[in-house]
Design a protein around this ligand. Sequence first.
Ligand code: PFF
Length: 456
Amino acid sequence: MLSNQAGDEKRKSLHGHWSSRMAFVLAVTGSAVGLGNIWKFPYIAGQNGGGAFVLVYLVCVVVIGMPVMMSEILIGRRGRRNPVATMELLGKEEGHSGKWRLVGSLGVLAGILILSYYSVIAGWTLAYIVKSASGVFAGASAEAVEAQFNSFVGDWRLIGLCHTVFMALAVFVVARGVERGLEQAVRFMVPALLFLMIVLLVYSMNSGYFGEGVAFMFTPDFDKLTWNSVLAALGQAFFTLSIGMGAIMAYGAYLPEETSITGSSAAVVIADTSIAILAGLAIFPLVFANNLDPADGPGLVFDTLPLAFGQMAGGVFFSTIFFVLLSFAAWTSAIGLMEPAVAWIVERFSKTRAQATVMIGFTIWFIGWGSVLSFNVLSDVTFLAGTIFDNVDYLTSNIMLPLGGLLIVIFAGWVMARNSTADELHSSGSLFKAWRVLARFVAPVGILLVLINAVL
Ligand code: PFF
């Protein structure tokens, strides 16, 4: 098949390549599975009334998330540069415009902003390792666990310190390069996390409120669904899959030529969605069993899970391991969040990877103080979507990621030649046609509809 790249050698990435298809799937899964699944999904579902939100989220994952993810990987692999340079290169190569690089820039910015608050929450999980291990949750009441959480986030020095430690850990791994360490961490972390989620699930099945939890998650009550909650579901689909900001594009740049993009994407989407659903199934029964409020917000997981572990035999051990794993999951996601910015600085300004990572890491750490203070000193400073933290979250998940995803599918579906995409997807058969219909029509129209209705 003739492609626009024909003639010259296939491109190589400056940053090396994944050692195998498995390595790529693990890295993308590591980026996808994170706080978004276990911390964010349950609380956003809770705030948006459960069932109907979950249904819309699942539809978004399949008909929008999957084609966006495939588009991002194929663009990344074809360009083999950082997202800014890749979009510029392919924009020109496809006979359009180098201005498409702005999509890459939007992604770099989104990654920086997301990590600024992500790191704050990841810092909480670090602190909860220590709290769990110290036994403070053993046998504690719901009130005691909630009081623990409130006094913890009320202490800006402490959560600022945790944010600092987490950013230092993220900078450390990214500076060392993508492959080393990351692969091993994910290989062990995802199965272990899955195992602990199942332990929790069994516990919550025996809580006596499992039916209530399941009903809350799976009985759609469309009266509760507003355009804003549809947007939240769309935003969550993007956030949890790490798409719409070039992270997966950056990972795709290191993907060997022969790997199947469709198969890898499907594996990641299934793993990520399963973990989110499991987290919901573990958490909501506990919420109802303990008379907690499902719309409690960002503290939901930190209030319910320590409580459950505190009542379990071996709870101190399991709780400690759980927060260790959650921190790992956040860590492997943080790497994805930094990668577009770091790869861009390395290529654009000829910096070493270590220099670029420290620069970006410091910037993110600094911006993160806005979120640190949102839970204490500045908790009364609210505008638009709420506190500074709420606004950064809303702007990135609900606006920047869907907008980035929209431009990415338009690029892959309309700007790139049919041959170029068929070449990358190794197919022109029915799977390719299905992707193309989703990327050209379903995903862009869906995203636009939701964005326009919710925002205007
Ligand atoms: N998908 C991650 C999560 O669910 O926690 C968050 C994330 C990581 C978003 C990497 C975007 C990204 F590039």
